[in-house]
Design a binder for this molecule. Structure first.
Ligand code: FES
Length: 504
């Protein structure tokens, strides 16, 4: 049983001043300071962004507030964060980094996992959206996974907006502070189950690694997206874990190269420990998709920008994968059956459901392989006012095409026919929710024997502890060959990859 959100000692529960500047989405401004879920992405459809305002002059409740908050709550000052107008608000509640959530490893991972490095130690995965940590006991078994929002999100959802923000005066310092705080919170939570850790290791994408280390990240925002020289080395950072402000030293694992970070290094370490059959391909899908191909002692890697569609972003009906999100869609006769996370009323589709829907529409003949919706440019879902539009299909196609182009580039560079690929390992949170049949039907992943596909979930967190060996990391960096996607012929490759059909 998850203990749910909890307060970290030493954090304040005082009202907080939150400013919503004109032009900034109010949900984003509030989420930068407070842990509110905002499952529908700020469209007033889920009620998961409610906050309590303090003061005498409260904004009058809007229809969306009345829909989700009862009369007593409205009288207490509760309002939806996403409906607030620009201005300054006094908001009560725990500060964001104080709220961490814990959960057990999911079944797939625990079944496949082999014990990690001897503990006691703590591994951290610094994600663009979420920071996670787990403690390893003396026998190398991981405990609960603790997570907290990455407070950098006030600067934008994807890594490129963080890079842009870091170019501002004090940008690197601000972004560094914004990620150290949740790092401290999750380490503090993980450390409760063990004695003082003998080691703490952190992995993350290249941009996160630069910013945590306090390194100028602007080179990562322009072609050829190269890390700084000092960014390719190890760093030890002081994370303010103790409530008296004392820091704990965290070893920051260097990236593989380009925008392929140490989270991939950690996943590779885990895959190799499990002796996955060679040649294998690792794909971590997100706004920036990272991929690595291990083929007969050769390591090739690349990254492709896929946009936010896999995380529900940019879709008219999209939302993040949390309570209320439709996780899966299936055909039920002429109707669509929806599976909702948490079982309540649906608020939108997360990325895995959008994949399902594309597959269902394709197999029923309502959508062509080109992505054109045949009968109607708008598929009505069983949600009031919610539909999956032609534009949403196009967003999914772009994201899917990015993955296919990256995978094909790696296979081509390795002169490896797809039929000779023995294993496909899907990493990252998005992969955990994928219906593999549907992902294969639309060509998001290649068609291959299902027994050869592994879903490693957050392999980066499990593998992070294995990266304590600098020799192993240096060996991967030395051996790794970065594949830079050719611009030549890109239009033709994109036109083919954008098609929603199986590929093999
Ligand atoms: S984010 Fe405000 S109601 Fe969903």
């Amino acid at each position: 049983m998850s203990p749910g959100p909890r307060q970290i000692p030493g954090m304040l529960d005082d009202p907080l001043i939150i400013q919503i500047p004109p032009g900034v989405p109010p949900l984003a401004a509030v989420q930068a300071r407070l842990a509110v879920a905002g499952a529908c992405g700020g469209r007033g459809r889920c009620g998961t962004c409610a906050v309590t305002l303090v003061g005498e002059r409260l904004p009058p409740p809007l229809p969306a507030d009345r829909r989700w908050i009862d009369t007593a709550g409205l009288a207490r000052g509760q309002r939806l964060a996403c409906t607030l107008h620009p201005g300054e608000y006094l908001v009560s509640g725990a500060r964001t980094p104080a709220t961490v959530t814990g959960h057990a490893w999911d079944r797939i991972i625990s079944r496949d996992f082999v014990p990690g490095p001897a503990g006691p130690g703590i591994a951290i995965d610094i994600g663009t959206t979420t920071v996670m940590a787990t403690a390893f006991d003396k026998g190398g078994m991981p405990g609960r996974v603790w997570s907290a929002p990455n407070l950098q999100r006030r600067y934008g959802a994807d890594v490129m907006s963080r890079v842009s923000a870091s170019a501002e005066p004090e940008g690197v310092c601000d972004l560094r502070r914004a990620v150290l705080e949740p790092m401290a919170a999750v380490v503090r939570a993980a450390a409760v189950s063990i004695e003082r850790p003998a080691w703490i290791v952190a992995v993350g994408n290249t941009v996160m690694q630069h910013l945590v280390a306090g390194i100028d990240a602007t080179s990562l925002g322009i072609s050829p997206f190269a890390p700084r020289e000092q960014g390719l080395g190890w760093h030890s950072v002081c994370v303010p874990v103790d409530t008296d402000g004392t820091g704990w030293q965290v070893s920051l694992v260097p990236p593989l190269g380009g925008l392929v970070g140490s989270d991939v290094v950690a996943s590779i370490a885990l895959i190799r420990k499990r002796a996955v059959e060679d040649p294998w391909l690792l794909v971590d899908m997100g706004t920036n998709c990272e991929m690595a191909l291990w083929a007969h002692d050769r390591l090739l890697f690349t990254s492709v920008p896929a946009g936010p569609a896999f995380e529900g972003g940019g879709l008219s009906c999209g939302c993040v994968a949390g309570d209320g999100a439709v996780e899966h869609v299936e055909a039920k006769g002429d109707a669509l059956g929806l599976t909702v996370i948490g079982g309540g009323a649906p608020v939108g589709l997360c990325g895995s459901a959008a994949i399902d829907l594309c597959a269902v529409l394709g197999s029923s003949g309502r959508m062509e392989q080109s992505g054109r919706l045949v009968e109607d440019p708008c598929v009505q879902l069983a949600l009031p006012g919610l539909s999956f539009t032609q534009r949403d299909v196009r967003e999914m196609q772009k994201a899917k095409a990015a993955v296919e182009i990256g995978v094909r580039a790696l296979l081509t560079h390795a002169s490896l026919p797809l039929k000779d690929l023995r294993s496909l390992v899907l990493c990252g949170a998005f992969a955990r929710g994928l219906q593999l049949d549907n992902a294969q039907a639309i060509g998001l992943i290649p068609r291959m024997d299902r027994g050869r596909i592994m879903v490693a979930g957050n392999g980066a967190l499990l593998g992070a502890g294995l990266c304590q060996d600098p020799g192993m990391v240096a060996n991967l960096q030395r051996r790794g060959q970065r594949v830079i996607l050719q611009t030549e012929g890109f239009a033709a490759r994109f036109a083919e990859a954008v098609r929603l059909r199986p590929w093999e």
